[in-house]
Design a protein around this ligand. Structure first.
Ligand SMILES: C[S@@+](CC[C@H](N)C(=O)[O-])C[C@H]1O[C@@H](n2cnc3c(N)ncnc32)[C@H](O)[C@@H]1O
Length: 258
């Protein structure tokens, strides 16, 4: 069986993906336009990057944050200071919350990791009150929107396959739309969100990219020569100095019927 991605380093995650999540998430939260003082669920909160963004930008009354990775949760608990959020170990497919407990529930960069994405959306819908919002965003992996896509391409050119989320296909705009409408959500809309991030040097970019579990776990099993070929190929398209990298995500939102 192919390896699965392991999220076991909250600090490493922050540089590799938390920064990206905050860049995309800012646009996403503006788009949701949820009133201040709402009760949020952040499903697949990881190291708390999405949770802290909700706390800062959306002024929630409460955030229930949940993730199956104890290491990510430990980092999330340590970085959280306002006391608005509670962090729980668990999975999107079986949320330990009663029906209609929240005004809004989101999955930020999570839906393609959920073993049964439709079940995950059904759970989000169950725990949100009538009239509330169910929303998500995920990298457009199939369309090349993953921020470290050039490393994936360079790996493949040497015969090495990066580890992808098990359900990359659900991040297509049409797939997200169908998941949300099939779950019975109303007023469903999708959109693309693009973010840019500046890396001070190629070395910084490379160190950050290889800390992505789907890249680093594979490179760790390759020989030094093959890793050098991959690195040289990525550097060839950037040079050694400062570089700006683009990531592109797909977002979806819908409302629970009243
Ligand atoms: C890319 S991270 C996103 C974390 C955070 N939401 C953010 O925006 O940075 C994906 C997270 O999904 C979590 N995850 C994997 N399977 C899950 C599941 N079945 N239910 C909920 N979360 C899951 C992982 O543990 C990981 O923390």
């Amino acid at each position: 069986m192919a390896d699965a991605m392991k999220f076991s380093d909250g600090a490493g995650y922050e540089a590799m993906m938390g920064v990206w999540s905050a860049l995309i998430g800012a646009d996403f939260l503006d788009w949701l336009d949820v009133p201040d003082g709402s009760r949020w669920a952040d499903v697949g909160c990881g190291n708390g990057a999405s949770t802290e963004l909700i706390v800062r930008r959306s002024k929630p009354t409460s955030v229930e944050a949940i993730d199956p990775s104890p290491a990510q949760l430990e980092f999330a608990r340590n970085r959280h200071h306002s006391g608005v959020a509670t962090f729980t170990l668990g999975s999107a497919v079986q949320l330990p919350y009663p029906a209609s407990a929240f005004d809004v529930a989101i999955m930020a960069l999570v839906i393609f990791f959920v073993p049964d994405p439709a079940k995950g959306v059904a759970e989000l819908r169950r725990v949100v009150r009538p009239g509330g919002t169910v929303a998500a965003y995920a990298w457009d992996i199939e369309g090349g929107g993953f921020p470290y896509e050039d490393v994936h391409l360079a790996m493949r050119s040497t015969g090495a396959e990066p580890i992808l989320p098990p359900h990359s296909e659900v991040a297509r705009l049409d797939a997200l739309y169908r998941l949300w409408t099939d779950a019975g959500l109303m007023d469903v809309e999708t959109r693309e969100i693009v973010a840019h991030r500046v890396f001070p040097s190629f070395d910084d970019y490379w160190a950050t990219a290889v800390s992505a579990p789907g890249i680093g776990q594979v490179l760790a099993k390759l020989g030094a020569q093959q890793v050098s070929r991959i690195r040289d190929s990525v550097r060839g398209s950037h040079g050694l100095g400062e570089l700006t990298v683009q990531g592109r995500a797909h977002a979806v939102r819908g409302r629970v019927a009243t």
